[in-house]
Design a protein around this ligand. Structure first.
Ligand code: SAM
Length: 206
């Protein structure tokens, strides 16, 4: 619990730096997702809530966040943004919602941190309605080579100090394995170890 509290205290400044680097991309991605007219949006691992600003006031917003020290900030931001918030304490590997009840799932910088990303992606797919979309932005493993080797070596340190973050995950392959249609862009940010990033929308069949 001390590590969780410490992460919730230190992460917002890191998040703000990261946000400045991805803001334009996220804005375009959320615009595209909101054009699908979702009414019920679930976010897995929202942390301090950098994505709430991209959501339209009045939406039903379910925030599944296992770290309770992020909850007060999520509450504050949801209120400021005019979202109808339900805070859920739980994990993406076992989303406490029935199947096919959500129009849009959002997950940014979270599949690197969950304990079991295969289960988490399967759960995202389960709770989405047919034709629903998963908006993702993640850093993923580099192709094999010296940079990938660095990621392998750095992963235990990142996992310990970064609340379970794994720079060596092949997350895009996991998303592609579960979703029949994935629109994705890969890009590199001026950050050490965590490169490349991928961002896009994955659509459930139906
Ligand atoms: C690196 S932070 C990212 C926060 C935010 N999504 C962002 O884009 O800045 C990772 C978040 O995932 C959450 N998390 C970790 N394990 C999780 C799990 N199994 N299920 C859901 N969320 C999880 C953490 O509590 C944290 O809020």
């Amino acid at each position: 619990m001390l590590r969780k509290r410490l992460f919730a205290w230190t992460y917002p400044s890191l998040s703000a730096r990261h946000e400045a680097l991805v803001e334009e991309r996220k804005r375009a991605l959320f615009r595209r997702a909101l054009a699908l007219r979702p009414k019920r949006v679930l976010e897995i691992g929202p942390g301090p809530g950098p994505n709430l600003a991209y959501l339209t006031p009045g939406l039903e917003y379910l925030a599944l966040e296992p770290n309770p020290f992020f909850h007060p900030e999520l509450q504050r931001k949801a209120e400021a943004q005019g979202l109808r918030l339900s805070l859920l304490l739980g994990r993406a590997e076992a989303i406490p919602l029935p199947a096919e009840g959500v129009d849009l799932v959002v997950g940014t910088l979270v599949l690197c941190s969950v304990e079991d990303p295969i289960k988490a992606v399967a759960e995202v797919h389960r709770v989405l309605r047919p034709g629903g979309a998963f908006l993702f932005l993640e850093h993923v493993a580099a192709p094999s080579g010296p940079y990938r080797l660095l990621q392998e070596v750095a992963t235990p340190l990142f996992a310990f100090f970064g609340d379970g973050c794994h720079p060596n995950r092949e997350t895009l392959a996991l998303i592609r394995a579960r979703f029949p249609r994935v629109e994705v862009e890969a890009f590199t940010l001026p950050l050490p170890v965590v490169a490349p990033h991928v961002a896009g929308l994955a659509f459930k069949e139906g």
